[in-house]
Design a protein around this ligand. Structure first.
Ligand code: KE4
Length: 428
């Protein structure tokens, strides 16, 4: 590992111009201490910083890089689209192709609208739910993160949790008065929420596999329970698949768990690394949206041609290959190696994974919700993070995030990661 002198100089300069020196809080390394390196370039599963240090990357730009960085087909698609112009503000064929592609991959989506981030996708889906039902309340789960829209910054995960602001300043209590927060995997709490708000709940929004407080899985039957109780209460089930969509399978967590939500939110992978979000679902719900219906939602760059080209190139590759089988094998190899490394060092860990997304908790008990995740040893995580970074392995700089494999990772990359973990676990 060379010095990080150029990154340090850039960060010092950045602090003069950008809040916290970063354009998104979790990048500031506040969850692990120290300061971020500055990326110079990335290709495949590897990233190089401005000082020439090379890393095996398990952040994958927080999920989008499922095919690896600088994927040739995505780069070529962007170049060809850029030669025709970067934005038109009027419909393009690429938007129709993208919509048809999403519908082909995710059968619950009958109509879909493109936006520019996961935040926009989730806030818009909630507006559709409230507009269609005429009801004000939304149920969410603590530790789940659905972007930074005001009404959702309540016990939110990801950077909000990392930076200690799960209930953000600047959001008047009136803006979250209709957001009901309950623990994930807690059926009784969901029943109580409906009973206490009879006829008021527009819907439930959840990450079907939460990945913003580490990763934990729905208990057997929990998603089916949510599907049943929303239907029984004329409420809508909204799957935030910004992270799980096209990650845990071509048809996301809803396909993996055979649950049909009413609305779904997408982001990350769907843009191939460019700014794209989307939300979609039953046509009768989506038709409440302007210009047909009374629910307004808009975006200057929604359906941007470069972003569509990148996203289409990504999804078409995912549609065609055996990517998910390979990602499952790589995920299993990494998980087994990390567990063996921890066992050899006598360090209690719990690894939790679905396909190519997962996390490592320094704890000796399974994690089923935010409270469990909060009990894990964060000091040990910090040491592990920096120890691995020094070995050229870049995991998410927060105990409250997920790690991601890509189709560009090799078995050799995973072997090197396990060798590093075996060394680092011994000094925790
Ligand atoms: P964006 O607005 O950041 O595109 O998406 C918000 C969002 C919505 N739903 C889920 C399940 C998400 O995971 C996210 C964003 N994820 C975080 C990382 N876990 C983004 C990283 C960041 O904030 O810089």
């Amino acid at each position: 590992m060379n010095s990080r002198a150029k990154s340090e100089a850039l960060f010092a300069e950045s602090l003069n111009h950008i809040p916290g020196g970063v354009n998104s809080p979790v990048r500031a390394f506040r969850g692990v201490g120290g300061q971020p390196f500055f990326a110079e370039r990335a290709a495949g599963a590897h990233m190089w910083d401005v000082d020439g240090n090379e890393y095996i990357d398990y952040v994958g730009t927080w999920g989008p890089a499922i095919l690896g960085h600088a994927n040739p087909a995505i780069i070529e698609a962007i170049k060809q689209a850029a030669d025709k112009g970067t934005s038109f503000g009027i419909p393009t064929e690429a938007e129709v192709r993208m919509a048809r592609l999403v519908k082909a991959c995710v059968p619950s989506v009958e109509k879909v609208r493109m936006v520019n981030s996961g935040t926009e996708a989730c806030m818009s889906a909630i507006r559709v739910a409230r507009g269609f039902t005429g009801r004000p309340k939304i149920i969410k789960f603590d530790g789940c993160y659905h972007g930074h829209a005001d009404s959702l910054l309540v016990k939110a995960g990801s950077g909000a949790l990392t930076c200690g602001h799960p209930d953000s300043a600047g959001v008047p209590p009136e803006f979250t008065a209709h957001t009901i927060v309950v623990p994930f995997n807690d059926e009784a709490a969901v029943r109580e929420a409906f009973a206490a708000n009879d006829g008021q709940v527009a819907g439930i929004i959840l990450e079907p596999v939460p990945g913003n407080a580490g990763v934990y899985l729905p208990r057997k039957g929990f998603l089916e329970f949510l599907r049943d109780i929303t239907a029984a209460n004329d409420s809508l089930l909204i799957f935030d698949e910004v992270m799980t969509g096209f990650r845990v399978g071509l048809d996301g967590a809803q396909g993996r768990f055979s649950i049909t939500p009413d609305l779904s939110c997408f982001g990350k992978i769907i843009g191939g690394g460019l700014p794209v979000g989307a939300f979609g679902g039953r046509a009768v719900l989506m038709d409440v949206l302007a210009p047909d219906g009374p629910v307004y939602q808009a975006g200057t760059l929604s359906g941007n041609p470069l972003a569509m080209a990148a996203g289409i190139a990504a999804l078409e590759q995912l549609q065609s290959g055996e990517v998910y089988e390979r990602l499952e094998a790589l995920g299993a190899q990494l998980e087994a190696g990390i567990n063996a490394a921890a066992k050899s060092a006598g360090v209690p860990v719990v690894t939790q994974r679905i396909g190519s997304m997962g996390c490592l908790f320094f704890t000796d008990h399974p994690v089923h919700n935010l409270a469990d995740a909060m009990r894990a040893d964060r000091e040990r995580f910090k040491k592990y993070f920096h120890g691995m970074l020094a070995e050229g392995i870049y995991f998410a700089p927060s105990a409250f995030e997920a790690g991601f494999l890509s189709n560009a990772h090799t078995e050799a990359d995973v072997d090197a990661t396990v060798v590093a973990a075996t060394k680092v676990m011994r000094i925790l």
